[in-house]
Write a protein that binds this ligand. Structure first.
Ligand code: SF4
Ligand code: SF4
Ligand code: SF4
Length: 410
């Protein structure tokens, strides 16, 4: 991997090995997509920061709990919740709601959306469901894909190249940036749902909350350690830039001010003495807690692709999808592929779209990328999620103490 320097302001060293606990068992190395974990068998291991994607897959799979996440924003979030002059917006990712219940004695995989809304509302958060922004991402990513496909059919060269890769997984984006920068034009230009949420909360949301944007503090709750790195990227201050253009003189601020992993949100609720298991459910009270099924399936492998295909189908054929699901891109196989034939009404042409879905990058990404680099890829659209199973198995999710994550051996 090419050595890379982090941009000023980006968080580095997000994942660390505790030398006093590491047994040198090598288990973590199997899960690392970039061979960032160094050290001989039996000796204490360490993480090469320059190669690390901050994905946390090593962390959730270390049998000796020797790997930890750093840069906790818990204290800052507690201070902001107590500050009457600040509106704290909690942005809840799709995969959090099916995992956080475990931390409060509820069933593994139990969907607790309304209870989580209730608990966070009780803590003082305004609820902003990241599923709402996942819907925005799908509209952006799906429209961009249609534009690229139509340009190809018409022989135009001004759209981006195919295959188009998804861009919502920061582990994958950093992998491409550091290892295969020549592939960057193939990635969708759409921001991730987390980053769209932060921007929307501080622009349109500022109107809804009737607040100055600089007094809004956005906290995203994510299944993902790499989202802390994403939020810290210096280019992600679109709301501040927008308000500057409108005449604001406020000091620079990020679109997403803090990221808490699912584990950290559970810790926060416990510190505030809020029991998710017994809290009264809450439905949310604004547009930002509305979303479609497309936004909901973002958290699992194949979900982004399925949602994008639904959008593409409707736009190209100008018809509703007869059946709401594309099963070929579901499931836990390492690489899933499908072909969908659609009639593009505006071009009056039948198009066959070949798609691929990849998760668990450490095992599955290379062959697909080598085809693209060689110009022989049969695909038009490729979804990539770093973690095995997608975000539901992200590096920020609860750890059950068994020593491996639930999809480690698929
Ligand atoms: S899995 Fe854990 S104990 Fe084993 S080498 Fe990695 S950090 Fe050390
Ligand atoms: S966080 Fe991810 S990229 Fe970094 S060392 Fe662990 S598995 Fe490798
Ligand atoms: S798959 Fe999801 S949890 Fe894993 S690195 Fe990507 S965005 Fe984060």
């Amino acid at each position: 991997m090419t050595a890379t320097t982090y941009q000023p302001g980006e968080i580095r060293g997000l994942i660390e090995i505790d030398a006093s606990k590491c047994k040198g068992c090598d288990a973590c190395q199997k899960f690392c997509p970039t061979n960032a974990i160094e050290g001989a068998s039996g000796a204490v291991h360490s993480i090469n920061e320059e190669k690390c994607l901050s994905c946390g897959q090593c962390l959730i799979n270390c049998p000796f709990s020797a790997i930890k996440e750093t840069h906790s924003a818990l204290e800052t979030v507690i201070q902001k919740l107590a500050d009457k002059n600040t509106t704290v917006v909690g942005i809840i990712a799709p995969a959090v709601r099916v995992a956080i219940g475990e931390e409060f004695g509820l069933g593994t995989g139990e969907l607790v959306t309304d209870k989580l809304y209730g608990a966070m509302n009780h803590a003082g958060f305004k609820i902003f469901d990241c599923n709402f922004a996942a819907d925005l991402t799908i509209m952006e990513e799906g429209s961009e894909f249609i534009h690229r496909v139509r340009s190809l059919v018409k022989g135009e060269t001004n759209a981006g190249p195919l295959p188009q890769f998804t861009s919502c997984c920061p582990g994958w984006v950093r992998f491409a940036e550091t290892k295969y920068p020549s592939l960057l034009p193939y990635l969708s230009t759409a921001k991730s749902p987390q980053q769209m949420s932060g921007t929307v909360a501080k622009t349109y949301g500022a109107k809804i909350y009737d607040m100055q944007p600089e007094k809004i503090f956005t906290v995203s709750v994510m299944p993902c350690t790499s989202k802390k790195l994403e939020a810290s990227r210096p280019e992600f201050n679109s709301a501040w830039k927008y308000h500057q253009q409108q005449g604001s003189n406020a000091a620079p601020y990020q679109d997403v001010d803090a990221v808490l992993t699912t584990r950290e949100m559970a810790q926060l609720l416990k510190l505030l003495d809020i029991d998710l298991a017994t809290i009264a459910p809450y439905k949310g009270d604004s547009l930002f807690s509305q979303y479609t099924g497309a936004g909901t399936i973002f958290g699992t492998t194949g979900g982004v692709m399925e949602a994008a295909l639904r959008t593409a189908y409707k736009v190209l054929t100008e018809e509703e999808l007869p059946k709401l699901e594309f099963e070929p891109v579901r499931g836990l196989e390492g690489i899933k592929t499908a072909s969908v034939t659609l009639t593009d009404k505006s071009l009056n042409k039948e198009l066959t779209v070949n798609v691929a879905v990849i998760h668990d990058m450490s095992r599955n990404i290379e062959p697909i990328l080598q085809e693209v680099l060689a110009g022989t890829s049969p695909y038009h659209f490729i979804e990539v999620m770093n973690c095995a199973g997608g975000c539901v198995n992200g590096g920020g999710q609860p750890i059950d103490g068994s020593g491996t994550s639930w999809v480690a051996n698929i």
